[in-house]
Ligand binder design. Sequence first.
Ligand code: SF4
Length: 212
Amino acid sequence: MAIKVNEIFHSIQGESSWSGQPCVFIRLTGCNLRCAYCDTSYAYEQGALMEIPEILERVGELRCSLVEVTGGEPLLQADTPRLIVRLLNAGHTVLLETNGSLDIGVVDRRCVRIVDIKCPSSGMSGQNDLRNLEKLGAHDELKFVIGTREDYEFARRIISSVPAARGRINFSPVFGAVDPRLLAGWILEDRLPVRLNLQLHKIIWGPEATGV
Ligand code: SF4
């Protein structure tokens, strides 16, 4: 069965603990959420159907062992777990960035699952499937995009319920909405064991750039 793909490109990983590394991104079409700060609305509808072997061939041409499957929301498409298995079996290190509203249990455990937990200012925090917290393995990650102090407090409450060994935790300021120095100050003051992420790709290429 074919998968609807918005874009496949080679860039620098801008977020998570993999930030700074060259990475191939497979952006799949479609999203079940509408976050207030969404910067990938072009992936809601646009895309072309591709068979899994075609996707693997394109990824192979880009000659990079690290691959991220992202969206939109990649788990909306039924064949995404199968694509991930094929990428893993081909020898890639695979990251999945998912919006946290769907079951991550369908994804091969060899894949690093980066689960976004939606904070209140996204307008989508009611959509979080918090049962995913129980499914995180040691190499999986959590991500919180923080736009307000209320978001920060929300994220702090959630992480207090996650055993430290279960995943790495990333806090990202909403680009242009929260001064990273402010968020850094809150993290330091509370001595939170989290990673501050600055969406490196936006710093390098600018907030409007796509396909980089
Ligand atoms: S989950 Fe991601 S792609 Fe979907 S609306 Fe939110 S920010 Fe945009």
